[in-house]
Design a protein around this ligand. Structure first.
Ligand code: ATP
Ligand code: MG
Length: 662
């Protein structure tokens, strides 16, 4: 349980106060530990010879047409080259070689459409589909190096389109299907894509939502786009331009074989734009050999993936890096069987995910804290109606997981027997960086634990000096890693400024973190969101976790607002659990109870000046809370960039609530 601490570390003790003292821990289940893909010795092996460790991983995970001459070329730091001189084809590695090895009948995806339609796609099916799509792209004039934009929902053709591009060495840029025409246009223009692949529409909360009109609007401003290839998903009416072609008319008549060409290990694989939590999205460039090595190795080690037995489900959108690395590239490189679901978790009912796990006997589930907190709000009785006994590993990604959300997930979904791997990484890192290994590491609720083997992470103070145990500061990555971004697309200077200027020579992640007494790492949220309250530098995460540990709270976001006496004061926005009666939710008593709860759980200095009950919080479309907008509201400023916001009406409701409460 959490202990009471009455004093923060204070400004002199490090760059961030260390408030939360969570002492629960869970050892790996004995059976999982005995049969785990990786054992504890892997850390020593990687520490003794980091480059040798990654070279082994590259060999274990991938089939190379030509082996590399040099593992890492860091002579032009911070511009890295991994597996220099090596050659391989990403799509061949993801698909063809599994068919050649006799696994053509293995299911690559169990796809579940939102209306309940299903498709089962084997590796042999995928090989034919990808070959046809690659032939079609060649017919449309796509050459190695050309960029292709993919604006699609969660359907198998999205994976096929990505792999067809990879097969040709044409970098893809997948734009989340929920983005606006303007966001799509900006991304097409930023990476100068010549072909766009899209659909007529998608199913969303039981409705047909059109995607094609946004493409028409975007492409009207992109004269260099030659063609738009349109998959028919919903069958709804669509306007047609002279650039448009139906996927089924162009792709279905193509030969089902295509000979892949091997590309340089450093050949660009894709450009992915970051979520935009802190501002304008950055076009992150990933290349082939190093990225695929890290994706595949981490997918195998961090989830303890057994390709012949597991049913793996990353419940995220392919339009985010999590989808790229852990729905597409990692699982396919490893020959895994995945579930892919098109729709929302509450369509047609709040048990849809658990029904899917029950139906396909999912054994590994990977999702985000924001979704877990939503399930907490809906209540534990919903998952209790389904058989979830096949689950053996649970994963979390995207934000720090509050200890209470971790416990809820482990108990109600994992039935207290599954390890929870809290994986810290970024679009920029390509794959997992800090995470427990489920057969090796004891889990501590709320901690991502240690850097994975072969990765060097540290927490430093303002001067760049490593902090001691029990102290907080800035998270940095001190050595290059195979899946690292190579640059920001078309903007090397922004790459240097964003990641390598705060602490010379090391990568600054933008996140705060602390080391606990054992030296394990706890992520504390964005450094941009740190509050300075009476000289104490407080992170958002620990206060939010203290609020979520109250039985009536499902989710919270805290920000610092200017305060005459303390410089800044904590303002908390809280979503209550569904079980709290409306009269109680509006009362001043509950707010006082929550303020005292924070003071008791962590420290009086963290006690919110003000608590606002809200129905929803502003989130990016990948589900991350956008605290900068709440700060704008709390300080009565005009709101900053909202283009990556999921639902802009949320902010109007919050502003109105704040005005009424004053
Ligand atoms: P932008 O950089 O444009 O503001 P973003 O940082 O939200 O967008 P992503 O690359 O999708 O874009 O998110 C990476 C960030 O997500 C990390 O820097 C971190 O803040 C957060 N994050 C991801 N996983 C975890 C985790 N397991 N624990 C804590 N934070 C996490
Ligand atoms: Mg970021």
């Amino acid at each position: 349980m959490t202990e009471t601490s009455t004093e923060g570390t204070g400004p002199e003790g490090g760059a961030l106060s260390n408030l939360l003292h969570e002492t629960r821990r869970f050892d790996p289940p004995a059976e999982l530990a005995a049969n785990a893909n990786v054992k504890a010795d892997v850390y020593q092996r990687a520490a003794d010879d980091r480059l040798g460790f990654w070279a082994d991983a590259a060999e274990q995970c991938l089939t190379w047409e030509r082996k590399w001459d040099q593992v890492l070329d860091w002579s032009k730091a911070p511009f890295a080259k991994w597996f220099v001189g090596g050659k391989l084809n990403a799509a061949y590695n993801a698909v063809d070689r599994h068919v050649e090895a006799g696994h053509g009948d293995r299911v690559a995806y169990y796809w579940e459409g939102e209306p309940g339609d299903t498709r089962t796609i084997t590796y042999a099916d995928l090989q034919k589909m990808v070959s046809q799509a690659a032939n079609a792209l060649v017919e449309l004039g796509v050459r190695t190096g050309d960029r292709v934009a993919i604006y699609m929902p969660m359907i198998p053709e999205t994976v096929v389109a990505m792999l067809a591009c990879a097969r040709l060495g044409a970098p893809h840029t997948v734009v989340f299907g929920g983005f606006s025409a303007a966001a799509l246009r900006d991304r097409i223009q930023d990476c100068d894509a010549r072909i766009v692949i899209t659909v007529d529409g998608q199913y969303r909360r039981g409705n047909q939502a059109a995607l094609k009109p946004a493409v028409d609007e975007a492409v009207a401003d992109c004269p260099d786009v030659r063609n738009v290839l349109v998959v028919r998903r919903t069958g709804q009416d669509v306007a047609w331009t002279d650039k448009d072609l139906w996927w089924h008319e162009v792709v279905d008549r193509q030969p089902t074989t295509h000979t892949p060409e091997a590309f340089d290990a450093e050949h660009p694989l894709y450009v992915m734009y970051t979520s935009g939590t802190t501002g304008k999205p950055k076009g992150i460039l990933h290349t082939t050999g190093g990225y695929l090595t890290q994706c595949a190795w981490t997918h195998w080690a961090v989830f303890d993936l057994k390709p012949e037995q597991d049913i793996f489900w990353t419940a995220a959108d392919i339009g985010w890096v999590t989808g790229h690395s852990y729905i597409v590239y990692g699982p396919l490189i490893n020959g895994a069987t995945s579930v892919m679901y098109e729709g929302t978790p509450d369509t047609p009912h709040q048990g849809r995910w658990w029904e899917i796990i029950d139906k396909y006997k999912v054994s590994i589930l990977y999702t985000a804290p924001t979704t877990i907190r939503m399930f907490m709000k809906w209540g534990a009785e919903v998952p209790a109606r389904y058989d979830l006994s096949t689950l053996r590993v649970l994963g979390s990604v995207g934000e720090p997981i509050n200890p209470e959300a971790y416990i809820w997930y482990r108990h109600n979904i994992g039935h207290d027997k599954t390890p929870v791997v809290d994986t810290w990484w970024q679009t920029e890192t390509g794959g997992h960086m800090i995470s427990p290994l489920p057969g090796v590491t004891a889990g501590k609720p709320g901690s991502a634990m240690t850097a994975i083997p072969g990765i060097s992470a540290d927490v430093v103070d303002d001067a760049g000096k490593p902090v001691g145990n029990g102290q907080g500061g800035y998270l940095v990555l001190t050595e290059p890693w195979p899946g690292m971004l190579r640059t920001i697309w078309g903007d090397d200077q922004r790459y240097l400024d964003t990641y390598f200027s705060r602490f010379p020579g090391v990568y600054f992640a933008g996140d705060g973190a602390k080391k606990d007494e054992d030296g394990d790492l706890w992520l504390l949220g964005r450094v941009d969101d740190v509050m300075n309250v009476a000289g104490h530098r407080l992170s958002t995460t620990e206060i939010e976790s203290a609020l979520v540990s109250h039985p009536k709270v499902a989710e919270s976001a805290v920000v610092g607002a200017t305060d005459e006496t303390t410089g800044q004061a904590v303002v908390a926005f809280v979503i209550l659990r569904g079980s709290v009666p409306a009269e109680e939710a509006q009362g001043a008593e509950l707010a006082a109870e929550l303020r005292n709860h924070v003071a008791k759980e962590i420290s009086p200095i963290a006690k919110p000046r003000q608590i606002l009950m809200v129905a929803d919080l502003p989130k990016t479309r990948s589900g991350k809370i956008m605290r900068r907008l709440l700060r704008d509201v709390a300080e009565n400023r005009t709101m900053g960039d909202v283009t990556t916001l999921q639902d802009s009406s949320v902010m109007d409701l919050i502003s109105a609530g704040l005005a009424a409460g004053k």
